[in-house]
Design a protein around this ligand. Structure first.
Ligand SMILES: *[C@@H]1O[C@H](CO)[C@@H](O)[C@H](O)[C@H]1NC(C)=O
Ligand SMILES: *[C@@H]1O[C@H](CO)[C@@H](O)[C@H](O)[C@H]1NC(C)=O
Length: 494
């Protein structure tokens, strides 16, 4: 969950970059086909290739996409044969079956359906009209384009992207078929081509006559040749080769797919945040690269981020500008490790200390308030142990977000509940801003706001699922409270 939020913060920035809408809203004919549960299968079943957007009426990114999608649909309706773009309101009760069939988890989600819907792929292209048109055109053509001239090569091989080209003396036989199968499988992610003349290709040995698969990439060694033709084995090699030693995060949308890969990896994630305009940037890059290379086959992945593009990340981790340059490592269990104000020469030794288990985890916390005299007490990550686990009190704790409307509605009710226990030293009503503080891992499940938990004096922790009324809370507390325990180090320390 945490990782998802985190990716969303990154992607948001990119999404905003690509979205400028200037389509007029007065067009009468809609080119995007509306589909719903009643006609989806029929319509999709009749088409070899169709692009479907799953949207929700309330989703802001969907609204921004709509005019671009419509414009693209208009252009694509004029191709021969026409290509259809369709949309499904996945928020509509009757369409929820479709949404779950296609595992829709966020909006908008765009899918490419091939062969009457028997093959489903994620749309991984741009979100403005021209970009949609060219990506969709490419996707609807052959999975691998033949390269016959250097113009063809220029058209297929984009130096900013991953491109995979097969060199074959003839376009038949099992190896060629396997290459084509790979292209079909991965076509939404990379551009594929094939040629019988390696001289048309940049980089690498131009005299090879194949069969060989050459992967071009915009980072590290820039190309790799494979002579593996088992589809699964080749797919695995491609997967490994397309993860940069150091993933770059800045405002360049070309890096977006690699950032997603980085966050989807099961590894611990090391992130160095530097100002890319700093004089030291080259030194940082080369030192960091050395370290990343050294750990290449370990369980750590490396990213370097430009501070300017990283506000979302800073907020998420609770980092401050005056800590830059900094490295933060997040492990899969959510634990984080921070080295603020790092110097290029300290990177290697600090990462080693981390590897050796010698670095203490870092916790995001607001400052502990100096006065805490309101009826509802303020808890922060740094005071959590003392106030919640070790206080020996019965604690009703609200996890809230500053922007959450339901939390605001709840606030006066909690004030009243707290006021009614004001003279009861064994009961505390408290709140923690869960967006600004790390929550102890594993104990509390906070998936939405507000989330309420009750911890009895003896340490029993349960989610509060009762009515959110003054009476409801008071009743619950009276029924579930224990007599206050001795104050001292609690047994629930985590
Ligand atoms: C599918 O059904 C919906 C609702 O009845 C309708 O608005 C839409 O135009 C239909 N689409 C097609 C392609 O028939
Ligand atoms: C082609 O792929 C199939 C299935 O992955 C595999 O069994 C076969 O050995 C491959 N052929 C070659 C020449 O590698």
């Amino acid at each position: 969950m945490a990782i998802r939020v985190w990716i969303a913060l990154f992607i948001c920035i990119f999404a905003l970059l690509g979205l400028t809408s200037h389509a007029s809203e007065s067009e009468s004919k809609e080119f995007v086909v509306t589909l719903d549960h009643s006609n989806f299968s029929d319509f999709v079943g009749q088409h070899k290739f169709i692009v479907v957007e799953f949207y929700a009426p309330w989703c802001g990114h969907c609204k921004k996409l709509a005019p671009e999608f419509e414009k693209a649909a208009q252009v694509l309706s004029q191709t021969d044969p026409p290509i259809f773009l369709a949309k499904v309101d996945a928020n509509e009760e009757a369409n929820k079956v479709l949404a779950s069939e296609f595992e829709i988890r966020g909006f908008p989600t765009i899918k490419i359906l091939r062969y009457g819907g028997s093959v489903v792929q994620d749309y991984k292209g741009p979100r403005e009209a021209d970009g949609i048109v060219s990506y969709v055109k490419k996707q609807s053509g052959p999975a691998s384009a033949e390269i016959k001239s250097s113009e063809d090569a220029d058209a297929v091989i984009d130096v900013n992207k991953i491109n995979i080209v097969g060199v074959f003396p003839e376009f038949s036989g099992e190896k060629f078929e396997n290459f084509t199968a790979l292209a079909e499988r991965l076509r939404a992610d990379y551009d594929f081509g094939h040629t019988s003349d390696a001289k048309l290709l940049p980089r690498g040995d131009s005299s090879v006559s194949g069969p060989v698969v050459r992967l071009f990439k915009p980072f590290d060694e820039l190309f790799i040749d494979f002579q593996e033709f088992d589809v699964d084995a080749l797919a695995k090699l491609v997967e490994e080769a397309t993860i940069p030693t150091v993933t770059v995060f800045n405002k360049d949308p070309n890096n977006h797919p690699f950032v997603i890969k980085f966050f989807n990896s099961p590894n611990a994630k090391a992130m160095l945040f530097v100002n890319f305009n700093s004089d030291l940037i080259d030194t940082f890059k080369s030192k960091y690269h050395e370290v990343a290379k050294q750990y290449k086959s370990s369980d750590i992945s490396f990213l370097i981020g430009d501070v300017e593009a990283s506000q979302g990340a800073f907020q998420y981790f609770g980092l401050k500008e005056d800590q830059v340059p900094l490295i933060i490592i997040q492990k899969n269990d959510g634990e984080k490790y921070l080295k603020p104000n790092v110097e290029p020469d300290h990177i290697a030794s600090w990462v080693k200390e981390f590897k050796d288990g010698k670095v203490k985890p870092f916790k995001k916390s607001e400052p502990t308030p100096e006065v805490n005299s309101e009826p509802v007490k303020v808890v922060v990550a740094d005071s959590f142990q003392d106030m919640v686990f070790n206080s020996g009190k019965n604690v009703l704790l609200e996890f809230y977000a500053p922007w959450c409307g339901h939390c605001k509605q709840l606030a006066p009710i909690l004030d009243e509940v707290a006021a009614s226990f004001e003279n009861d030293a064994d009961v505390m009503i408290a709140k923690i801003d869960a967006t600004a503080n790390d929550i102890p891992q594993g104990t509390f499940e906070v998936q939405g706001y507000p989330t309420l938990y009750f911890k009895s004096a003896s340490g029993k922790i349960s989610p509060y699922q009762g009515e959110r009324t003054k009476e409801g809370f008071i009743d619950y507390i009276q029924k579930n409270r224990d007599k206050a325990a001795e104050q001292g180090p609690g047994k629930d320390e985590l």
